[in-house]
Design a protein around this ligand. Structure first.
Ligand SMILES: Cc1cc2nc3c(=O)[nH]c(=O)nc-3n(C[C@H](O)[C@H](O)[C@H](O)COP(=O)(O)OP(=O)(O)OC[C@H]3O[C@@H](n4cnc5c(N)ncnc54)[C@H](O)[C@@H]3O)c2cc1C
Length: 355
């Protein structure tokens, strides 16, 4: 009997698989990559700063420390370059913004904000619309998510079933579960927004957000290994193209690319650059955001061998490694899961649904 069945093939399932592997916990992955685009279209950016208030994002120090450890180890295991450390260019409009930036860069946000205020043409930038100088965020970067998912699939190919999981076929016993021929002590569901189809966990309160991006070619742009941020982002890719994103949409939760999304992205682009570009690709996915914008992790209220790892929302790259480690410590060491992320905070919804 194996220890775990992992359901899903996105970022959550992949990070869980590597973390179980690191702890010599046996597993099989069951998933169909065609069901959700979310991880496949993600830009993979991590950013320790919330620009709206110019504050540190939740657990930034801990999450960034663990993501660097985790993805660097994956680079070695998978023999691929997966992460790129990149500063985020934050363009200023008002003089007041610069003042606040300088104050925080010399005090509470020292480790994440560069204190220099840069001139518009610094760093060899060309053809960007920077209103009034810019600042740089430190310790930010991006994961090549698509590469990470593909390489993970190859690495775990002997533990993988490339198929849709049919929840009606799951047999739950007190000390194990059976799915067709597979017998496992536990099962963990990493289905992203498609958890809405999971009869065991569909009660968790997701507030999914559709997102669209475009890929462009723009030969006159010079931005090597930075990320431009101004009401959206623009980032160069390994093949010399640029990714531009992202939109947020809560009403239309299909994965269809929309004209509305495209128009919004082109509008963002006109605020970011002032040279010619060609759109090469347009993508859409649905982010599994939760109602309180924190991950949702832990055991089912009734079946203690059924688990969930979901709610990664807009920040899966940063959140997944740290909380996969917390999950394994919970499973192996019986450490309690942090109150902000445990699924227990929503058990009352399950009780309500059963009435
Ligand atoms: C446009 C866009 C841009 C983004 N940019 C960033 C970014 O820059 N940085 C960042 O950190 N995050 C970003 N995100 C968010 C990030 O993509 C998510 O946090 C993360 O990918 C969620 O991963 P997941 O594995 O939980 O969900 P998903 O990626 O949805 O994965 C779920 C997996 O489960 C499979 N599955 C579901 N049900 C079944 C079933 N019944 N049987 C078999 N398989 C099943 C699906 O096919 C899929 O493989 C972005 C998202 C979008 C949409």
């Amino acid at each position: 009997m194996i220890d775990f069945i992992i359901v899903g093939r996105g970022l959550a399932a992949s990070v869980i698989a590597h973390t179980l592997h690191d702890n010599t916990i046996s597993f099989k992955i069951i998933g169909d990559t065609n069901l959700s685009n979310c991880s496949k279209v993600a830009a993979g950016i991590w950013n320790p700063i919330v620009f709206k208030r110019l504050t540190k994002s939740w657990l930034a120090n801990e999450l960034i420390e663990q993501l660097n450890i985790f993805y660097t180890a994956c680079e070695k295991r998978l023999d691929k370059k997966l992460i790129t450390q990149r500063s985020i260019i934050r363009s200023f409009i008002e003089e007041q913004e610069k003042k606040l930036w300088s104050t925080k860069a010399n005090s509470e946000l020292k480790e994440f904000l560069d204190a220099t205020i840069y001139d518009n043409n610094a760093l060899g930038l060309a053809n960007y619309k920077i209103a009034n100088q810019f600042g740089l965020v430190k310790q930010s970067g991006n994961l090549n998510v698509a590469e990470f998912l593909n390489a993970t699939t190859t690495f775990f190919k002997d533990q993988l079933l490339d198929e849709t999981f049919d929840h009606t076929q799951l047999k739950i016993n007190s000390d194990h579960v059976c799915y067709n021929e597979i017998k496992a002590k536990n099962i963990i569901f990493c289905e992203g927004y498609l958890v809405k189809n999971n009869p065991f966990f569909k009660w968790i309160p997701l507030k999914p957000a559709k997102g669209e991006t475009i890929t462009i070619s723009a030969p006159d742009l010079k931005i090597k290994e930075h990320i431009l941020n101004k009401n959206g982002f623009l980032m160069d890719q390994p093949d010399g193209t640029f990714k531009v994103g992202a939109t947020y949409e809560w009403a239309d939760l299909t994965e269809e690319k929309s004209q509305k999304g495209l128009a919004e992205l082109e509008e963002k682009l006109t605020q970011l650059i002032n040279c010619k570009y060609t759109i090469l690709d347009h993508q859409a996915g649905v982010r599994p955001s939760s109602s309180d914008r924190r991950p949702i992790i832990g055991p089912h209220p009734e079946h203690n061998n059924l688990f969930i790892f979901n709610g990664l929302g807009t920040k899966g790259v940063m959140l997944a490694p740290y909380f996969a480690k917390k999950f394994v410590n919970f499973y192996l060491q019986k450490e309690t899961l942090p109150t902000e992320v445990t699924v227990e905070r929503f058990y009352s919804l399950y009780a309500g649904e059963k009435k």
